[in-house]
Design a protein around this ligand. Structure first.
Ligand code: NAD
Length: 426
């Protein structure tokens, strides 16, 4: 790679996930000695759509929301990635998430590229009817760009199987026939996959188990802390608890609970569901989210949101293994500190790839019109996650790099190979 390209790498803003992602991309590309033409093509998204979404609100008035869909890369297949609804959605975040999907699919060898979408809105303040109308209009604006062969959306923050059912229905109404493979994460009766809901948490259980074996830690003596208790964190905590690990801390957006002797996770999650808070859960000490990350433990699973482990707190982490459930929970500036401290990082693009792996299985099942038993889905997920974990460890050892860099190198290597073989249509 020319020095001019390397000189282009600017000083990164720590809390900008796109810059954080790109700095890792650049480092991996440099170590791979990536051809400058491939580098130029792969470091930018393929397409970025910005749409305005007129929505009739319950008041009868029209409100226009702003939405995005970034399609990062198609070299290995249709683009794949979630849609999030949040007041904080912005194009930099969506770009980073779209690129992470490309690298994630490549790390687990799923034949998809990467995409991500989002709408700037506050779903907590909207009625079901308003959410449905906004979702359908957003889907209709994307009609020419999504589809089973083009780009396959999925749920992400504040979207769920209902959102996917509305998108599938809108797309199908325009196609004049049912096209269930246009989205994944659908209700099972509408072509969803058994095991999809738990897949990301189950994927985490699988990689944490592999890491525990690598470091000769037995589940009963392995203390786990989980940040976040939604689809990823809640299910990961439950599954690792059921597998015999000792979950000593868990949190939601309002804070967490800690018991060094282990928490009764099923009861804690029931308490959270009933009261919408961990507050008042007996037999545990209250901790803030920042204290939670710094608890004494063997495995830390950040499964909430981006930028939780930064240059300000990385030094104080006490875990031996960091299994990243969320996308981008660690900033690039924190990587160096974790490496120096000898923390074994299972990077997000592997650790939370169980979700996209089972999404791929869902897409395959929809296209076959034949649906698998849950144990078949789980067994295939296990095979994919274990093989990918081992690929990553081998790659890191062979190139004498940390696991984060290895994950990016492995992914970029695979996407670069396919791009080179297809040729650049320029
Ligand atoms: P979710 O909305 O179901 O749960 C998020 C959890 O994090 C909630 O418990 C919430 O209270 C907590 N939280 C939110 N903001 C927080 C903050 N600032 N500090 C502490 N806790 C906070 O979302 P999810 O589906 O579990 O996704 C969590 C992360 O995992 C996101 O980064 C998402 O992109 C990523 N991810 C999700 C999937 C999936 O299949 N759902 C797959 C891969 C990656």
């Amino acid at each position: 790679m020319s020095t001019a390209l390397v000189d282009d790498i600017k000083e990164i803003k720590e809390d900008n996930p796109f810059e954080s992602m790109m700095s890792r991309f650049d480092r991996a590309a440099q170590l791979l000695n990536l051809d400058p033409d491939l580098y130029a093509v792969m470091r930018v998204p393929n397409r970025e759509l910005k749409v305005y979404i007129p929505t009739r609100m319950d008041s009868g008035r029209i409100q226009v929301f702003e939405g995005f869909r970034v399609q990062h890369n198609f070299a290995r297949g249709p683009a794949k990635g979630g849609i999030r609804y949040s007041p904080d959605v912005n194009i930099d975040e969506i770009r980073a998430l779209a690129a992470w999907m490309t690298w994630k699919c490549a790390v687990v060898n799923v034949p998809f590229g990467g995409a991500k979408g989002g709408i700037i809105c506050d779903p907590m303040q909207m009625s079901i009817g308003e959410l449905e109308r906004m979702t359908r209009r957003y889907a209709s604006e994307l009609l020419d760009f999504i589809g089973p062969e083009k780009d396959v959306p999925a749920p992400d923050m504040n979207t769920n199987e209902q959102t996917m059912a509305w998108i599938m229905d809108t797309y199908s109404m325009h196609a004049r026939h049912t096209v269930n493979a246009v989205v994944t994460g659908k209700p099972i009766d509408l072509g969803g996959s058994r095991g999809r809901l738990e897949a990301t948490g189950r994927g985490l259980l699988i990689v944490v188990t592999e890491a525990a074996k690598r470091f000769k830690m037995t589940p009963a003596d392995t203390r786990v802390v989980v940040q976040g208790s939604g689809n990823v964190g809640g299910i990961a905590a439950l599954l690792v608890h059921q597998a015999g690990f000792k979950v000593v801390g868990i949190s939601d957006v309002h804070g967490g609970i800690y018991n060094p002797r282990g928490l009764e996770i099923p009861q804690a999650l029931k308490h959270l569901e009933a009261t919408r808070s961990f507050e008042g859960f007996g037999g545990a000490e209250r901790v803030s989210n920042s204290e939670l990350l710094e608890l004494d433990c063997d495995v830390l699973i950040p499964a909430a949101t981006e930028n939780q482990i930064t240059s300000s707190n990385a030094e104080r982490l006490k875990c031996k293994v960091l299994a990243e459930g969320a996308n981008g929970p660690t900033t690039a500036a924190a990587d160096e500190i974790l490496y120096r401290k000898g923390i074994f990082v299972i990077p997000d693009i592997l650790a939370n790839a169980g979700g996209v792996t089972v999404s791929y299985f869902e897409w395959v099942q929809d296209r076959m019109g034949y649906f698998w038993r849950e144990d078949v889905v789980n067994e295939r997920l296990q095979d994919t996650m274990v093989a990918s974990f081992n690929d990553l460890c081998r790659y890191a050892d062979a190139h004498s790099v940390d696991t984060r860099t290895a994950a990016y190198m492995l992914a970029i290597d695979r996407v670069a190979y396919d791009t080179r073989m297809r040729g650049i249509y320029a």
